[in-house]
Ligand binder design. Structure first.
Ligand SMILES: *[C@@H]1O[C@H](CO)[C@@H](O)[C@H](O)[C@H]1NC(C)=O
Ligand SMILES: *[C@@H]1O[C@H](CO)[C@@H](O)[C@H](O)[C@H]1NC(C)=O
Ligand SMILES: *[C@@H]1O[C@H](CO)[C@@H](O)[C@H](O)[C@H]1NC(C)=O
Ligand SMILES: *[C@@H]1O[C@H](CO)[C@@H](O)[C@H](O)[C@H]1NC(C)=O
Ligand SMILES: *[C@@H]1O[C@H](CO)[C@@H](O)[C@H](O)[C@H]1NC(C)=O
Ligand SMILES: *[C@@H]1O[C@H](CO)[C@@H](O)[C@H](O)[C@H]1NC(C)=O
Length: 408
């Protein structure tokens, strides 16, 4: 299948810089190969869609980022301080099935085996019995291979930035027709950051016969519940905050419109990438200075149903808005370490607060920490009582198809 070829193809040779046309499989591969070759020191591309607009935007984003490196100080700084993964097409078969522009095409959403990939992930709220597709399994594997912190997936068919959850239970607020995460303030901020810089999205009502979204953002569940989506999967199992960007009323607009879309989305995309530097990050060490993996590091009162843990290097990342928090650092089976910290209202750019933790442990912890802590891929919320800390009242609001960008 094309998929595997595309993923590896990035290490091969060349063609030309990017024009505003739709790029089918061959053209896209050629472009990505060219970028990987010309900018080998700063690019790190994987590729594994339904949204034709999103796909082109991501190709232009790549073009813009690499071409600005060393010329635009802000972009250079952003690239220097961020690992950016851009996956222009998760579903190559889907795009190839759509031969010409059409606002309401229905074929193209499924992969070659007729599965909708954005209903194909494990679900935290109910059993998702749909058989897992190779694309889905590959993405799930890839998500385990890196510590992703922030991501977005790009679709077409509406104009809105939608944030988790897409599915829910009473404990996440479904009686009130929504489903909120304990990080709802951060998610609203992320969605608002994107939508407010996109002139049509922010109006909230630009697609005829579609719902009006105040400020151009919405909770996924309150728009329409869906099972097996990637957004909820990433947040729960991959420790990665993801929002869904619906970028065009028309799913497959005419080619002449592509420059308009790029203009409307460029500032949003760049500003969204910068948000990966929100909050606090650091490493957890034992008393001899060895990094400790699999240590639970979370904010008190924002417990994730699948606790967020340090990676192999002992690193953690917590996306948080400015404010005071108590950080709970716990080696399972041992004492909890609580630390108060304040994330400043900052003007400095790209500055997550850095905070390392040194725990009074030696090597004897190895067995605890190396045991596989991964959360079972079952409906975790089913196991929870109805009233859970997961629902917090909303403090309203200041503020790829699966096409994907991941940031670390
Ligand atoms: C890569 O470099 C070649 C040779 O200079 C150039 O023709 C091509 O347009 C470049 N590709 C990109 C994507 O910048
Ligand atoms: C980015 O990194 C390069 C290579 O390490 C360095 O030369 C350059 O000064 C950095 N630029 C910025 C703006 O951070
Ligand atoms: C899905 O799988 C679960 C567990 O295997 C089973 O209990 C349930 O009946 C299945 N649901 C459907 C709709 O097939
Ligand atoms: C944004 O809205 C304006 C006015 O309705 C329209 O002309 C323009 O094409 C829209 N932009 C995009 C990218 O669709
Ligand atoms: C800290 O986190 C651990 C692991 O999630 C949890 O068991 C413990 O109750 C938490 N402690 C406090 C005081 O929140
Ligand atoms: C949770 O709510 C459901 C639906 O109202 C109810 O059937 C169930 O018994 C409740 N569970 C608990 C633990 O209260």
């Amino acid at each position: 299948m094309d998929f595997a070829r595309l993923w590896l193809g990035l290490l091969l040779p060349v063609v030309a810089a990017l024009d505003f046309r739709y790029h089918h499989q061959e053209g896209m591969e050629a472009f990505l190969k060219s970028v990987a070759q010309n900018y080998s020191s700063i690019t790190h591309l994987h590729s594994i869609g339904k949204s034709t607009v999103g796909r082109e935007l991501l190709l232009h984003l790549i073009d813009y980022l690499v071409a600005s490196y060393g010329k635009d100080a802000e972009i250079t700084h952003l690239i220097n301080s961020t690992r950016i993964h851009i996956m222009p097409s998760m579903n190559p078969d889907g795009f190839e099935a759509v031969k010409k522009p059409d606002c309401y095409y229905s074929n193209g959403r499924e992969n070659y085996n007729n599965y909708d990939l954005n209903r194909n992930f494990p679900d935290a709220f109910e059993n998702n019995n749909v058989s897992k597709q190779p694309e889905t399994l590959a993405v799930m594997k890839w998500l385990r291979s890196e510590t992703f912190v922030l991501s977005a997936n790009l679709h077409g068919g509406a104009l809105v930035a939608s944030y988790p959850f897409d599915n829910g239970v009473q404990a996440t607020g479904t009686l009130l027709s929504r489903s909120l995460t304990p990080d709802d303030d951060v998610f609203q901020h992320l969605a608002y950051t994107y939508a407010s810089r996109n002139p049509n999205m922010t109006k909230g009502d630009q697609c005829k016969n579609k719902r009006n979204f105040p400020n151009g953002i919405t909770n996924g569940y309150s728009w329409y519940p869906l099972q097996g989506g990637m957004q909820d999967y990433n947040y729960i199992w991959a420790q990665c905050f993801e929002i869904t960007l619906e970028l065009s009323c028309c799913k497959y607009p005419r080619e002449e419109k592509l420059p308009l879309f790029w203009n409307d989305n460029r500032a949003s995309l760049i500003e969204y990438i910068r948000q990966v530097h929100l909050g606090v990050k650091g490493q957890v060490f034992d008393q001899s200075g060895n990094p400790l993996p699999n240590v639970i590091v979370e904010v008190q009162d924002r417990k994730h149903i699948c606790p967020y843990r340090t990676n192999k290097l002992g690193e953690y990342y917590l996306l948080l808005l400015p404010g005071s928090y108590v950080i709970n650092v716990t080696v399972p089976g041992h004492d909890t370490h609580l630390t108060k910290l304040t994330i400043p209202r900052k003007s400095q750019t790209l500055g997550a607060l850095k905070k390392d933790f040194h725990l009074p442990f030696g090597g004897r912890l190895d067995s605890t920490l190396e045991s596989d802590p991964s959360c079972p891929m079952v409906p975790l919320y089913k196991l929870r009582p109805n009233q859970s800390a997961a629902t917090k009242p909303t403090l309203c609001v200041f503020f790829l198809t699966l096409l994907h960008i991941f940031f670390k």
